[in-house]
Design a protein around this ligand. Structure first.
Ligand code: PLP
Length: 379
């Protein structure tokens, strides 16, 4: 079967197999990783290697800290204002809204101060049915000169809208640090850290199981937390304690580490006589090919449609609709019978959604496209 769930999502089979093999006795230690002290001799190298591999794969600069936290991406919607609202005395927080997740972020931040939506895709695109189908041009964002930061969601999981290029805020005349929610496309492509001061995400799509929240941030963002910020969510305290102010999600970190090793080992041929791609570049090439296959199928059909501006269609989450919605149940039933699982769209948007995270092989998308064509012929 192929699992198209938006998250928690499919993980590489090799990772799950290795975890199963090591479940009861990790490397002859006589313990499961679950049973180890996070401060012990055995666990130390696991978390250190995980951080090193993450830094290598995402080319994280040395002046950025990596934090392994809990609470999920949604906790960060509160944790970010608690840590960063006071970066500037005005305590203004700017939000770009391009889908349901960035909308949630802006709403939560408003509990903690002057959070303002400075661009809203739903209100700038007349006629869009689901609202979020494009990214307003950055030159139209009403950035406030004294804002402590600008927040956006670089891949909207529900609406299928992805920033293929992050804005260069300095070119827009802003000094504000850019903060991104990269939950649903982290490690699917490289990241330009010259444009990003902080990136955060839940692990349960491309990294591992739920329970781990990743925060990568520039060192100058440490040390600005409001006095009411819980200590376990204070970036400075967690950075000073190597994410061990409290017990980190040890097993989820271990599984993330296995996934990172899997990404590092990936290879993808480019073409005759050319060097093959390695690691994240290989994964990205495969993601591009998978997304192209599915979008081409949708665009070339009379039955299916995707309403997102092609300039910002997500590689990871592809919402699509049957023009004849009365056929939805039959489509899903036939898909499930072929082992094509979890294709029902989010209730906010309706229709279908196929999530094509790193662990989804090209063969899974080929099987989906074959079913879509067959179903269209039957219709
Ligand atoms: N942000 C994005 C882009 C997401 O896709 C999700 C979950 O699907 C979240 C935030 C919320 O994550 P969590 O459930 O870990 O709080």
């Amino acid at each position: 079967p192929y699992n198209f769930s938006p998250g928690p999502a499919t993980l590489p089979e090799a990772v799950l197999q290795q975890a199963a093999d090591e479940m009861l006795d990790w490397h002859g230690s006589g313990m499961s990783v679950m049973e180890m002290s996070h401060r012990g001799r055995d666990y130390g190298p696991i978390i250190e290697q995980t951080e090193a591999d993450l830094r290598e794969l995402l080319a994280i600069p040395a002046h950025y800290k990596v934090l392994f936290l809990q609470g999920g991406a949604q906790a960060q919607n509160a944790v970010i204002p608690l840590n960063l609202a006071a970066l500037k005395p005005q305590r203004q927080m700017d939000y770009v809204v391009t889908g349901s997740w960035s909308q949630k972020s802006a709403q939560e931040a408003a509990k903690y101060g002057d959070a303002q939506v400075v661009a809203d895709a739903a209100s700038t695109h007349a006629g869009a049915e689901s609202g979020y189908t494009h990214i307003p041009a950055p030159t139209t964002w009403r950035l406030r000169p004294e804002a402590s930061y600008l927040h956006l969601c670089s891949n909207e999981t529900v609406h299928g809208v992805e920033f293929h290029e992050l804005p260069d805020l300095s070119a827009l005349g802003s000094q504000a640090p850019l903060l991104i929610d990269f939950s649903s496309h982290v490690l699917s492509r490289p990241l330009d850290w010259s444009r990003v001061a902080l990136a955060y995400g839940g692990a349960q799509k491309n990294i591992g199981p739920a329970g781990l929240t990743l925060v990568v941030l520039r060192e100058d963002l440490l040390g600005h937390a409001l006095p009411i910020c819980p200590s376990v969510f204070d970036y400075r305290l967690q950075a000073a304690n190597q994410s061990m102010l409290n017990t980190p999600p040890t097993y989820a970190i271990y599984l993330a580490g296995l996934t990172l090793q899997w990404i590092k080992a990936q290879r993808e041929p480019v073409g005759q006589g050319q060097a093959e791609l390695h690691g994240l570049a290989a994964v990205e090439a495969r993601n591009i090919a998978k997304a192209r296959l599915l979008y081409d199928c949708i665009d070339g059909s009379q039955l299916y449609e995707n309403r997102v501006d092609p300039a910002c269609r997500s590689r990871m989450n592809v919402p699509f609709f049957l023009r004849d919605e009365s056929r939805n149940a039959a489509f899903l039933e036939g898909a499930a019978a072929r082992g094509l699982l979890q294709l029902k769209g989010h209730k906010m948007v309706g229709g279908m959604r196929a999530s094509l995270y790193n662990a989804m092989p090209l063969a899974g998308v080929q099987a989906l496209v074959e079913w879509m064509r067959e179903f269209e012929r039957q219709s």
